[in-house]
Design a protein around this ligand. Structure first.
Ligand SMILES: Nc1ncnc2c1ncn2[C@@H]1O[C@H](COP(=O)(O)OP(=O)(O)OP(=O)(O)O)[C@@H](O)[C@H]1O
Length: 326
C-alpha cells in the first residue's frame, strides 16, 4: 500500500515560509480532504510531493520514495494541479496520447479515461475551445491515465457544473474504495464533507489538524436538538427544570407554529436527541418533531481557522459555534 509521507517539510520562498515543519501521512483507502485558507501552503505541499519544487528541508515521499526517483511516474501518481496545463493547440486526445507515450502506457487508456471523464464526444476538439469545466475534466483524465495508486487533486470541483460535482464526488469515493490514496484540496466545505473521510488542515504553512472528519466536526461544534411539541410553554419549563438551555426559534415560513397551535420549534443546546426524546415522552408531551442538529464542516473549519486566515475579510466568528438551525 502506498501512503504519502510528509516529514518535517519546510519550504521558503525568500522571506516567505510557505510550508513550516509539516509532518503528516495520507493513508490509502480513504479520501483525505486538504484544507486551509488562501496561502496556507496546500499547493506548495502538493508541488513538493510531486517533485515540482525542492524542499528547503524535510521530505515528502510516496510509498517511501521521492517522486523524482519514480520511473514512469504516471503509473504511480496522478495529479491535477493546474487545469490550464494542457497545450491549447492540441486536441484533448493528443494531449493524453503524448502523456501516455512518455510513460509507456497503452494507447487504449487514453480512450478509457476520456470516456470516464465524459469528454469522449469532444476528444478531437482543440483544448483552447474547452470551457473551464472541460479543462478540469481533462486534467482529471490525465491524473487517472496511469491507473495510479496515489491521486492528488487541487480543487478538482473548480468550474464543474452540478452534474460534474456529483460525478467527482462519486469518482473520489470509488478511488478510495479501490484502496487508492486520495488527497484532495478544496475551499468548498459542503463538497469536502460529501467525499472526505479524513482531513488535513493547514494554516500559515503549519499543521492545524489531522484527524477523521467526524471527529473534527464533533470536537468543534456543540451538538443540539430541535424539538416541537403540542405545548411550547410546558416544554420550556420541562427543559429548564432539567437544566437545558433552550431557545424558541421562530419558523421562517409562517412566523410560528404549523397551524396546530403548538408554537415554534425549540433548539436545545448541548443536548443529544435520545436524552431529549426520553425526557419529553416521559413527561407525556406529544412529540411533533425531534431532530439532531449536526454541526457542519464549514462551522468547524471556520472555528479552527478564524485566527489563521491571512487574508480575512471579516472578524473571526465567536466560539463555540452552534450547528446550523435548519
Ligand atoms: N513560487 C512562489 N514564489 C514565492 N512565493 C510563493 C510561491 N509559491 C507559493 N508562494 C507563497 O507561499 C504561500 C503558500 O502558497 P500556496 O499556493 O501553497 O497556498 P495554498 O494553500 O495553496 O493557497 P490557495 O488556497 O490560495 O491556493 C503563499 O504565501 C504564497 O504567496
Amino acid at each position: 500500500m502506498t501512503s504519502i509521507d510528509v516529514q518535517d517539510l519546510t519550504k521558503e520562498y525568500g522571506a516567505t515560509r510557505a510550508v513550516d515543519r509539516l509532518t503528516f501521512r495520507v493513508e490509502p483507502g480513504r479520501v483525505t480532504g486538504f484544507l486551509g485558507p488562501n496561502g496556507a501552503g496546500k499547493s506548495t505541499t502538493m508541488r513538493l510531493v510531486l517533485g515540482l519544487d525542492r524542499p528547503t528541508s524535510g521530505s515528502a515521499t510516496l510509498g517511501g520514495r521521492a517522486y523524482v526517483t519514480l520511473e514512469e511516474p504516471l503509473r504511480h501518481v496522478g495529479a491535477l494541479l493546474d487545469a490550464g496545463a494542457a497545450h491549447g493547440s492540441r486536441t484533448a486526445r493528443d494531449h493524453l496520447r503524448v502523456l501516455a507515450a512518455s510513460n509507456r502506457l497503452p494507447g487504449r487508456r487514453v480512450d478509457e479515461v476520456l470516456e470516464e471523464v465524459g469528454l469522449a464526444p469532444v476528444a478531437r476538439r482543440r483544448v483552447r475551445t474547452y470551457s473551464l469545466g472541460m479543462r478540469q475534466r481533462l486534467g482529471i483524465a490525465a491524473a487517472l491515465l496511469g491507473d495510479p495508486r496515489v491521486v492528488l487533486l487541487d480543487e478538482p470541483s473548480n468550474g464543474l457544473d452540478p452534474e460534474g460535482i456529483v460525478w467527482i464526488r462519486e469518482l473520489l469515493r470509488r478511488l478510495a474504495r479501490e484502496g487508492r490514496t486520495v488527497l484532495v484540496s478544496s475551499h468548498l466545505m459542503n463538497e469536502t464533507a460529501s467525499f472526505a473521510d479524513h482531513l488535513v488542515v493547514l494554516g500559515r504553512g503549519r499543521l492545524l489538524a489531522d484527524m477523521p472528519m467526524r471527529d473534527f466536526i464533533h470536537a468543534r461544534v456543540e451538538p443540539s436538538v430541535r424539538v416541537r411539541t403540542t405545548d411550547g410553554a410546558v416544554l420550556r419549563d420541562l427543559l429548564a427544570r432539567h437544566g437545558y438551555d433552550a431557545v424558541e426559534r421562530e419558523d421562517r415560513d409562517d412566523g410560528g407554529g404549523d397551524g396546530d397551535g403548538s408554537g415554534g420549534r425549540w433548539i436545545v443546546r448541548h443536548a443529544r436527541v435520545a436524552d431529549i426524546g426520553r425526557l419529553v415522552s416521559g413527561a407525556g408531551l406529544p412529540v411533533l418533531e425531534l431532530a439532531a442538529l449536526d454541526g457542519t464542516l464549514e462551522q468547524a473549519y471556520l472555528d479552527l481557522t478564524a485566527a489563521e486566515t491571512e487574508f480575512a475579510a471579516r472578524p473571526a466568528s465567536p466560539s463555540p459555534i452552534r450547528p446550523q438551525e435548519v
